[in-house]
Design a protein around this ligand. Structure first.
Ligand SMILES: [Fe+2]
Ligand SMILES: [Fe+2]
Length: 278
């Protein structure tokens, strides 16, 4: 549990913020209209995502010692993360992944792109491992350097202990100009975790979609461009292609997993061994 009613409340908030055709004026108004739980969620996220925290989580999870599961077992497990507050109207986790994938498939994109959609939020398993919401979802941002004012609820960084570390307060902080995002620690969450679980199995553009889909300050606001290298900039085109499917594929109609299962079973089996380490 946490301040969000469920993890999707963060996704919905981002979708509202980046609603197509929204003017700049409206964009800034999120401040007054945001539900108290979402504000509190960002306050916790911005206060506690420090350099030390991110490094500790990487230590804890990147060795992938939580056990072995295949992609389907992971999806089923993620689906046990039900939303207590509104079980009828909200889509289950598996359905959000499926709707994202189906929207990508309808537009005729390559199958690895569809597959990226199908698994992109599996990192939310972190919640079932007992991680608080603020360490699972939320717009991600680099730690160890100055916080961009493009980050939503930027003012909450005031209470982050890293704000008192002079080395972390400069534009580049602990990084070098153009060092490439692979060398940058982003705030910890479901993107980075899943990237490490699947990195040996998918083509690079799919890995960028998975690893950076919540990095809205970067792929939507153009912040931190000075940390990116040329390759990141090229790959970010794919992240931007992916983003609308994640935000706007929610349909009223619930996807029928049983009908779609043969297609996805085949797709998954062509890219992933069974099981993989989590
Ligand atoms: Fe996500
Ligand atoms: Fe998503």
């Amino acid at each position: 549990m946490g301040p969000l009613q469920n993890l999707e409340q963060w996704d919905d908030f981002v979708g509202q913020r980046y609603k197509p055709n929204k003017d700049q004026e409206e964009f800034r108004k999120y401040d007054d209209t945001t539900p108290a739980g979402v504000r509190e969620f960002y306050r916790l996220n911005h206060t506690h995502q420090t350099v030390d925290f991110v490094r500790a989580k990487k230590q804890q999870y990147l060795a992938k010692q939580r056990g072995k599961m295949n992609i389907w077992e992971a999806l089923d497990y993620l689906n046990t993360l039900v939303d207590e507050s509104d079980p009828d109207t909200d889509l289950s986790q598996i359905e959000h992944n499926l709707q994202t994938a189906e929207a990508i498939r309808r537009d005729g994109h390559p199958e690895w792109f569809v597959l990226a959609g199908f698994i992109h939020d599996l990192g939310k398993l972190l919640c079932l491992y007992g991680e608080p919401q603020w360490a699972v979802v939320g717009d991600t941002f680099p730690v160890g350097c100055a916080y961009s004012d493009k980050i939503v609820f930027h003012e909450f960084f005031r209470d982050n202990p890293d704000s008192n570390v002079p080395q972390y307060r400069t534009r580049l902080g602990i990084y070098e100009e153009g060092c490439g995002l692979d060398k940058v620690d982003l705030s910890w969450g479901h993107d980075e975790y899943l990237y490490h679980v699947v990195k040996d199995y998918l083509p690079e553009p799919a890995l960028y979609m998975i690893r950076y889909h919540s990095f809205y300050p970067g792929h939507r606001e153009g912040a931190y461009d000075y940390l990116l290298n040329e390759h990141d900039r090229e790959m970010f085109e794919w992240v931007r292609k992916f983003n609308p499917y994640d935000l706007y594929s929610k349909g009223a109609e619930r996807p029928k997993l049983e009908q779609l299962r043969p297609y996805y079973a085949d797709l998954v089996s062509r890219y992933f061994p069974d099981p993989i380490s989590w």
